[in-house]
Structures are given as structure tokens and as C-alpha cells.
Design a protein around this ligand. Structure first.
Ligand SMILES: [Zn+2]
Length: 343
């Protein structure tokens, strides 16, 4: 009998099962192949029992590798259609995003929009770490949360919202503080890291941990009407300590709680962070490497400051004084009024 296999008409023995067909077609690693039969998926457990009929259309869908449009299920083709038509994304790029993983440290003003857009874009795995509960004054900028969420743990409420947006994405939550004790263990499961924190101790910890773990990350900071951000490939491009060798003394720099923050700054800078992560996964465009982007919403002005690696950087310089991940190196006693992980 004849079947249409991946768009090609082929002669096969009558009543062949899906399992036998996979064997006959010498499909590599059949345990990782999804099979579509006339527009509907065949459950893997049914491969042995599903017999094919003459004229059936069978498509083998592989998780990896480029190829035909048919490798994405129809609902994903529709969901991502506006980015699939970009030549920088396409099917190959969409599959890359699905294989990608990002850790967002802090589920607040920066982490909310970053997580929303990465989930919307179909990034395969998003980790969120935050130990705070939602407070009423967070809602002015932390758009993952609604009034009903006040009092709930941020990661719990965030998980719900992101799953509602896109249930295909794996969301992993950590109700914990990102610390020298857990950082390297958590980082090993992710390809890219987004700094969405408020405190300087967390920012320096992310920089150091990503250096020792060899993970690219994007740093960001926001205050009042301003924001700044830079992407770091550890050991290759300017790191946060190349620019700022050590945390500022306590009280030297005001926190958002003291100085205030225009909520939308989290949206602007957080979405830039998400954009950098997506570009990194796609391997497209120019990342903010060796360029610290500065943005001022009040003057509506932005510019990038060119930076370079510092030979005297205590972390990635020629004679580093920081040779292992240690909380002591990032200590900056939080200014009064600063309570949580996320800005
Ligand atoms: Zn450095």
C-alpha cells in the first residue's frame, strides 16, 4: 500500500504499524520523534498498536535540526507565526528557542516583563528565583501580579500567570534567595541568566557565579528615571566588576525604596534583557557586549558607553583576587528599607 511519509509517496507492506514504519524508515532515535498521522499526533504508547491505512499521511517530527515547516505542531506554528516569518527566527530559530533555558534572578519589576516575553516567545525553560511575597507597592511595576496576589509568594503567582500565557514552556521556580550556596547548583541547568535583582550583593553574586559557571548573563539596574544594562560573556567580554570592582559601601547608593522608581523603567530595561536573551539563543544581531547601555526616561535619551575588560578586574583580570564564589566578596549590607530580591 502507499503512504505519504514526510510529504513523499512510498510503498510499504499493508497494515504496517507506526512502530514498524519507524524501523523500516530507519528513523534515528525513535524515542525522541513525534509522529503526526493525518494532522493528529499519535501517542508514543500507541506506536505498536496503530496500524496505518492506504493513503495515510505520516510525518516524523524531530526535536532538533532544521527542515520543513511541519516540524512544529500546527498550534505552535500559529502561536509563533509573527516571529516565524522573521528570517532571523524561522523554524530553525523557533526550535532553538524551544531548546533554550534561561534563569531569571528576581521576579519583580525587571523579572516580570522579562519572564512574560520569554514565555510568550516560546523559550523552552524559564527558571525564576525569588523568596519575596507580593506587596501592594510592588504592583506599580511588577506586572506579573494582580491585586489578588498580594500576600502570595511571587514565584507561586508568577508560575500561574506564565502557565496561563503559554503552557508549552517549562517554568521552574525556586522560593529561595540566590546565594553562594545554591548559585552554582542552580546555574548548571541554564544557558543564560538575567539579573533582575535590586540589591548590589545579588548583582555582584550573579556576576561572580556566572563567571565561575561560565554562563553568559545580562546585568541591569534601575533607579528613579534611569536604567543601565550590559550583557556579559564571562572571561570574554567586560564583566560587571571590570566596571565596578566592588559593591558600594552601605548607604552610598540609594535603593529604589528610598529614591523611588518610575515603574515603567522595569518594563523598558526588563524587555531589553529579554531581547538580549532571545538574540543570544538565536545567534542573531549584536549583543550588548562591551557596551553599557544607559537609558534616561525623563530626558528620553539613551546612549551606549563602550567598555573593555579591565586587566585589574578582581574577578576576570590578570591577577584576580577572587578565585572562588564567596558571599564575603559580594557583601553590601542592604540599605534600610530594602527588603527583597527583586526590584
Ligand atoms: Zn571583569
Amino acid at each position: 500500500m502507499e503512504l505519504i511519509i514526510n510529504g513523499e509517496t512510498k510503498e510499504v507492506p499493508p497494515n504496517i504499524t507506526v512502530e514498524k514504519l519507524l524501523e523500516r524508515e530507519e528513523v534515528e532515535m525513535p524515542q525522541y520523534v513525534s509522529v503526526q498521522l493525518n494532522d493528529s499526533f499519535v501517542e508514543r504508547e500507541l506506536f505498536t498498536d496503530t496500524e496505518l491505512k492506504p493513503g495515510d499521511r505520516v510525518d516524523f517530527l524531530y526535536y532538533m535540526g532544521g527542515g520543513s515547516e511541519e516540524e512544529l505542531p500546527p498550534e505552535e506554528v500559529e502561536r509563533y507565526s509573527r516571529q516565524l516569518i522573521l528570517k532571523e527566527v524561522g523554524l530553525k530559530g523557533q526550535l532553538k528557542l524551544r531548546q533554550s533555558s534561561v534563569l531569571i534572578v528576581g521576579a519583580g519589576g525587571l523579572g516580570s516583563p522579562a519572564a512574560f516575553y520569554l514565555a510568550a516567545a516560546g523559550v523552552g525553560k524559564i527558571g525564576l528565583i525569588d523568596y519575596d511575597k507580593v506587596e501592594l507597592h510592588n504592583l506599580q511595576r511588577q506586572i506579573l501580579y494582580t491585586t489578588q496576589d498580594v500576600g502570595r509568594f511571587k514565584v507561586e503567582a508568577a508560575l500561574e500567570k506564565l502557565k496561563e500565557l503559554n503552557s508549552d514552556v517549562e517554568i521552574v521556580t525556586y522560593r529561595d534567595k540566590f546565594s553562594a550556596d545554591n548559585a552554582l547548583d542552580i546555574l548548571k541547568d541554564y544557558q543564560f541568566v538575567i539579573d533582575a535583582t535590586d540589591g548590589f550583593d545579588s548583582k555582584f553574586l550573579i556576576n561572580d557565579a556566572c563567571y565561575f559557571a561560565g554562563k553568559p548573563f545580562i546585568h541591569a539596574g534601575i533607579l528613579r528615571f534611569e536604567g543601565q544594562t550590559i550583557t556579559v560573556i564571562p572571561g570574554v567580554t567586560t564583566c560587571y566588576r571590570c566596571i565596578f570592582p566592588a559593591p558600594p559601601p552601605p548607604g552610598a547608593v540609594p535603593s529604589c525604596a528610598q529614591a523611588g522608581i518610575l515603574g515603567i523603567l522595569g518594563g523598558i530595561i526588563g524587555t531589553i534583557e529579554a531581547a538580549e536573551a532571545i538574540k543570544y539563543f538565536l545567534g542573531e544581531g549584536d549583543l550588548l557586549l562591551n557596551r553599557l547601555l544607559y537609558f534616561n526616561a525623563k530626558e528620553m535619551h539613551y546612549h551606549a558607553v563602550n567598555t573593555s575588560r579591565s586587566p585589574s578586574c578582581p574577578l576576570c583580570g590578570e591577577n584576580p583576587s577572587i578565585t572562588e564564589l564567596d558571599e564575603e566578596n559580594v557583601v553590601c549590607h542592604s540599605a534600610e528599607g530594602e527588603t527583597g530580591e527583586s526590584s
